[in-house]
Design a protein around this ligand. Structure first.
Ligand code: GLU
Length: 508
């Protein structure tokens, strides 16, 4: 029987989740769901010094907002918990002891000052200090000291750590589902600390013990953890446990393609790097992105479907996703492309849904004397129509007001360049007679107004260029906007005429 797929996302609560972290979570989620497995959230908080209040809640909220909730994790116990490593503290010591008893790990008493001294001493000689086979017997540990001395130091309460004893002269054959086979010579590895003097395991020990106890079958994580793979594989071997399959995801690179995407890149380029806001940094949610768009663009960072298709719902991603199609090389982050994705998802939303989001902006943006109009003239149906007319030009709901303010308020200024170009000597007279034409229209629907105005232009032997551009400028204040007769139909006869009159006073 094949084992049930169980994957985990294992962030350390040291701050907000970077979008790279969200992508790791997403790939884990997709892999689990594709294979009928479970997606687990484990909080790796063994490093108390780096713990940040609120970070865990942030992580949970971000996953939920993206629509990729975990099946098991803090608050969702399923027999494998607790899911915070700080609550599993009592578990790890026995595993460190097991390795010591098997001769695969040892006690080390070297003080921080001593180690620092060695590091500096090596640096001065242009070398790097590595705690391993070539110097471990000269250092202060249970390999170099007599057993009685070791006993004594421990009973005397001296501080010590437990280090992994890396076997010399071995070739490790590591496997990564994305990178293939990797060979490592154990002589280049150091004897990593597994258990710290503060009574807490290090990331390495806790991570392996928990992956084992939680029956994790696949470890999908960022490329920055690839250097730890050699130690992790050795730990599995030392315990005699079957290792999960590993997949290390490519880094997300700066828009320039050089170097890892950082918070600073976002600040410089004016785009979010966090899913949700955190202190002063704006998140994708607050910047007006739809979670579906974020999930879609993240999926395309380092993975490709092998076809030209770019738009994928979460359901389609689950169906299409495979580790084999994850790239080895870094994925360049393109902030413009993220906007394109949001644009696409925005077009796919119903006008009613968008109107519902937009109405808040309308309320906030309307001049106070007009506030009550939201209940009367600018009701839901009106706002829905406005949305239908302008949404194709928008990337975000927050673009709507700029694109549609003239549906709600008469322009108070007129684009200067356009005024110079469009308002000629005969414009006032033409507009005056247009007012008379409009006054006589009883059925003020766009089609009817269009037919009447166009035949009037014909009868008067006027050109369209003499009527339409100034008319748009007078009604909108600018040369932007959808079909002018749609605008007139929306704002109505009185308002259309009033705006032409006002413009004639101001610029005519
Ligand atoms: N706690 C590690 C992190 O913060 C987890 C790495 C792993 O997935 O093994 O990313």
């Amino acid at each position: 029987m094949t084992k049930k797929v169980r994957v985990r996302f294992a962030p350390s609560p040291t701050g907000p989740l970077h979008i790279g972290g969200v992508r790791t979570a997403l790939f884990n989620y997709l892999y689990a769901k594709k294979n009928g497995g479970d997606f687990i959230l484990r909080i790796e908080d063994t490093d108390q010094n780096r713990y940040v209040e609120g970070a865990e809640d942030y992580i949970v909220e971000a996953l939920n907002w993206c629509g990729i909730p975990f099946d098991e994790g803090p608050g969702k116990e399923s027999g494998f918990g607790p899911y915070r490593q700080s609550e599993r503290k009592h578990l790890y010591r026995q595993y460190a002891d097991e390795l010591i008893n098997k001769g695969k790990a040892y006690y080390a008493f070297d003080t921080a000052e001593k180690l620092d001294f060695h590091r500096k001493d090596h640096e001065a000689k242009g070398k790097t200090f590595i705690y391993n086979w070539h110097n471990r017997l000269k250092l202060d540990n249970s390999l170099s000291l007599m057993p009685e001395e070791v006993e004594k130091r421990i009973t005397d309460g001296e501080n010590y750590v437990v280090r992994f004893l890396t076997p010399p002269d071995e070739k490790l054959h590591l496997k990564d589902s994305i990178r293939g086979n990797i060979e490592i010579d154990t002589n280049v590895l150091d004897d990593k600390v597994l258990f710290k003097s503060d009574g807490m395991p290090t990331y390495h020990l806790a991570n392996i013990v928990d992956d084992h106890l939680m029956e994790i079958t696949h470890v999908i994580r960022g490329e920055e953890w690839l250097p730890s793979l050699a130690l992790h594989q050795q730990l599995y071997d030392a315990f005699g446990w079957e290792a999960p399959e590993f997949a290390h995801l490519p880094l997300i690179m700066k828009p320039t393609g050089k170097g890892k995407l950082s918070k600073r890149d976002g600040e410089k380029g004016g785009f979010p790097v966090f899913p949700l806001s955190w202190n002063e940094s704006e998140g994708y949610r607050e910047a007006g992105y739809f979670p579906e768009a974020v999930v879609n663009f993240l999926a395309m960072l380092g993975w490709n479907p092998g076809t030209e298709q770019e738009l994928f719902s979460l359901k389609e991603l689950i169906e299409t996703f495979s580790i084999e199609r994850v790239n080895k090389s870094g994925a360049r982050f393109d902030p413009e492309k993220t906007k394109w994705y949001n644009h696409q998802y925005l077009q796919g939303k119903s006008d009613a849904e968008l109107a519902n989001l937009f109405i808040k902006d309308v309320r906030l943006s309307l001049p106070s004397r007009q506030a009550s109009a939201v209940e009367t003239s600018f009701n839901d149906a009106y706002i829905k129509k406005v949305v239908g007319l302008i949404k194709e030009r928008a990337n975000f709901v927050s673009d709507f007001w700029k694109l549609s303010d003239y549906f709600f308020v008469a322009p108070s200024t007129y684009n200067e360049k356009a005024s110079k170009k469009q308002v000629k000597e005969d414009t006032p007279a033409i507009m005056e007679s247009l007012i008379t034409v409009l006054e006589n229209i009883t059925d003020f629907t766009p089609q009817n107004v269009e037919t009447i105005v166009k035949s009037w232009i014909g009868e008067q032997e006027l050109s369209f260029g003499k009527v339409m551009p100034p008319l748009r400028l007078f009604l909108v204040g600018d040369m932007k906007g959808p079909h002018i007769f749609d605008i007139m139909g929306m704002i109505g006869k009185e308002e259309s005429i009033a705006r032409i009159r006002k413009a004639l006073e101001v610029i005519g």
